[in-house]
Design a protein around this ligand. Structure first.
Ligand SMILES: [Fe+2]
Length: 205
């Protein structure tokens, strides 16, 4: 077992160590998220730990709109990941789900978020909220799992995601905003491949 620290700084390593300890000691996702709140707030409040390259837009990304999903850390068993999501001004993600619990918070810029509930094959908009730096929430599916974020600031927005899957590489869903129809969706990461993509490349070379 070797975890993958794409950004292996002392700050990120210490954060992940604390996260793993909190998850190990918790009896439920709710309890783990609650225990992690102060630690996550501290990471969001630290202006120095995230290098500029992980706050940059990505013109050719799987999300479209120049949206960059940068992996910072993932566990070897795919049960935990930390990544930044960079959304240029005016761009919006597709409506998507995550299929894992964790914490999501805003680091830079301002975002509008729309949260949907899947009902009988269609989508219902259940909440709109605005996020400013330092705001974060626990995501515990199925509650609040389907959403879309749009950057409303002139500045690019950067959100930090700590989720209990390898979010960029798992097959999840995007949703048609009109019909609510779900489609298979894998966002990928800008800076690292997904394992089966790597295997496919190896097998053809
Ligand atoms: Fe999301």
């Amino acid at each position: 077992m070797s975890d993958e620290f794409v950004l292996g700084t002392p700050v990120v390593r210490a954060f992940i160590e604390d996260v793993r300890a909190a998850i190990g000691a918790a009896e439920s996702p709710e309890q783990a998220c609650e225990a992690l709140r102060p630690r996550f707030a501290r990471l969001l409040a630290d202006p120095d730990w995230l290098p500029a390259e992980y706050q940059a837009a990505a013109p050719a990304s799987g999300m479209g709109g120049g949206i960059g999903q940068w992996l910072l850390y993932r566990a070897d068993d795919g049960a935990l990941s930390l990544f930044s999501l960079v959304v240029p001004s005016g761009s919006a993600t597709p409506i998507h789900d995550h299929l894992a619990w964790g914490l999501v918070g805003l680091y830079r810029g301002e975002q509008d978020e729309e949260i949907y509930a899947a009902r009988d094959g269609s989508l219902e908009l259940v909440e709109r909220r605005s996020l400013v730096p330092g705001d974060f929430y626990a995501l515990i599916p199925p509650h609040d799992d389907i959403h879309r974020v749009r950057t409303k600031s002139a500045e690019t927005s950067v959100s930090i995601h700590l989720l209990t899957n390898d979010t960029g590489c798992v097959w999840r869903h995007s949703f048609d905003p009109e019909s609510g129809e779900a489609s298979p969706f894998r966002s990928g990461y800008v800076n690292v491949p997904c394992e089966d993509a790597e295997a496919a490349v190896e097998s053809t070379s």
